[in-house]
Design a protein around this ligand. Structure first.
Ligand SMILES: *[C@@H]1O[C@H](CO)[C@@H](O)[C@H](O)[C@H]1NC(C)=O
Ligand SMILES: *[C@@H]1O[C@H](CO)[C@@H](O)[C@H](O)[C@H]1NC(C)=O
Ligand SMILES: *[C@@H]1O[C@H](CO)[C@@H](O)[C@H](O)[C@H]1NC(C)=O
Ligand SMILES: *[C@@H]1O[C@H](CO)[C@@H](O)[C@H](O)[C@H]1NC(C)=O
Ligand SMILES: *[C@@H]1O[C@H](CO)[C@@H](O)[C@H](O)[C@H]1NC(C)=O
Length: 415
């Protein structure tokens, strides 16, 4: 057994050595590298000389729709998990301050640690105070395919009723924010579907255009929308809108085809707190049965989620469970709409619901252990009242429309 292991280790080393011979590039201490093609191999080698500083930081960025995998060979005194003065830090999110990093130390000369990025950026830190320490990192770039991609990756525990979401439970939620009063507030929601596009409703685009004169930013990775981004989750970020495309069939009176796509001015950085939602590709010809439980989310309204403990000042992303009902009047004869109704809470005389400023946010089904985006909050009949319910765009009927707008080359992960 030991012998086999040794041979394997030897082969590993040999591959590493061959790769080293072929090496095209390596990154210096405190270096940045932007990969241009996906089949490149890059090395981080530490120490590079006796003069190498005791702290090095490396940023690696690969092309959009690829990810980076790292094999880390190291010889560092120090014992996990604290590692004290000697360690390798790896941020799978590409965090520029190495927040939320994995930490490695000890002896891994033959059996490398393997770790991959979430999106197309990864950062590394090496801290050492000994000249006998060494670290070698081999980086490879892989294109996302339908076999290795992912969507809706953070799953929280399911709970009944309305409540705060967990931080970054819904990685695909985007908020359209504007400066109102003293805080930035979310005026509409949206759902990230690819690194460049956000799905929302058409009437939100009308509001962004006519009421807010495009003076709106896209906030992602958020939990508490009233906190400044640098005091919210480590994934909080802002993007500008580059363009918005409303469905040509949108009718304001009937709310028919209340769907739109927003393109971000630059590619969004995907990480553990920001990524694409799974779209209902497996459900294109499916009618969600009455009685199916779904989860609506939103920063929007005070009545949302009917939770008694909702902190109305802090605007934590809310979630509420709604029950699909195809017999409700606005959905009776319209398979492109999905009606859903919350439970009525007798104590506070409110019904779980999505309301005004939740427009554009997602209604998720929990299928095969993931959140799948089934609906877009479009309109409602009243809000939180006894007779109220929420009317959603049924996303499965618009997948072809989405593809026609974003083009065939835009990558969507289908799970
Ligand atoms: C390196 O740092 C560790 C932890 O602070 C310390 O115990 C060790 O003595 C240091 N080694 C050298 C050579 O300075
Ligand atoms: C949300 O952010 C606001 C503004 O920074 C802060 O006053 C409030 O306490 C925060 N709420 C929570 C639950 O963290
Ligand atoms: C409000 O949003 C803008 C982006 O539109 C951002 O630059 C600013 O820091 C935000 N302010 C607060 C208090 O969050
Ligand atoms: C669906 O709505 C109809 C009409 O309001 C109602 O009679 C029925 O009980 C509802 N079904 C469920 C499962 O909630
Ligand atoms: C839906 O269609 C049925 C059968 O044609 C009809 O009786 C009903 O009134 C229609 N409902 C709505 C809200 O138009």
């Amino acid at each position: 057994m030991t012998e086999i292991k040794l041979i394997i280790a030897f082969i590993f080393q040999l591959t590493a050595a061959i790769n080293l011979l072929r090496k095209s590039e390596n990154i210096n201490c405190n270096g940045e590298k932007r990969f241009s093609s996906f089949d490149q191999v890059i090395y981080i080698y530490y120490p590079q000389s006796e003069l190498t500083p005791t702290k090095c930081f490396y940023l690696v960025q690969s092309p959009v729709n690829t990810y980076i995998s790292a094999k880390i060979y190291h010889n560092l005194n120090g014992i996990e998990p604290n590692c004290r003065g000697q360690k390798v830090l790896v941020s799978r999110d590409g965090d520029s301050e190495l927040k939320g990093s994995s930490v490695f130390c000890g002896l891994r000369k033959n059996r490398p640690m393997e770790i991959s990025s979430i999106g197309n950026e990864m950062t590394f830190g090496i801290i050492s105070n000994s000249s006998t320490s060494s670290v070698q990192i081999i980086l490879r770039i892989t294109k996302f395919t339908q076999n290795n991609c992912d969507c809706s990756w953070n799953i929280g525990k399911k709970i009944v009723g309305g409540s705060n979401t967990l931080p970054n439970e819904f990685i695909a939620h985007a908020a359209f924010v504007t400066h109102l009063n003293e805080f930035n507030q979310s005026i509409c929601g949206g759902t990230i579907i690819s690194q460049n596009y956000i799905l929302t409703c058409a009437h939100c685009i009308l509001a962004i255009k006519n009421v807010f004169k495009w003076n709106v930013m896209i906030a992602v990775g958020r939990h508490n929308i009233s906190a400044p981004a640098n005091r919210d989750t480590i994934y909080a970020d802002y993007y500008k809108i580059s363009s918005a495309i409303m469905h040509k069939g949108y009718r304001r009176k009937t709310n028919d085809n209340d769907i739109a796509l927003v393109r971000t001015a630059k590619y969004m950085k995907f990480n553990r707190g920001c990524g694409a939602a799974c779209l209902p590709f497996a459900y294109e010809n499916f009618i969600v049965p009455t009685g199916t439980i779904m989860t609506a989310i939103g920063f929007g309204s005070t009545q949302f989620a009917m939770s008694a403990n909702i902190d109305r000042q802090s605007w934590i992303l809310q979630k509420v469970q709604l029950t699909v009902n195809n017999s409700l009047i606005h959905c009776q004869n319209d398979t492109r709409k999905l009606c859903a109704i919350g439970d009525f809470n007798d104590k506070i005389k409110l019904r779980g619901d999505s309301c005004q400023r939740d427009s554009g946010s997602g209604l998720y089904g929990y299928m095969r252990n993931r959140y799948v985006l089934f609906g877009i909050t479009s309109s409602g009949y009243a809000c939180g009242e006894k007779k109220s319910y929420s009317i959603n765009v049924y996303v499965a009927k618009y997948l072809a429309w989405i593809r026609s707008i974003i083009g065939s080359s835009e990558f969507l992960c289908i799970k």
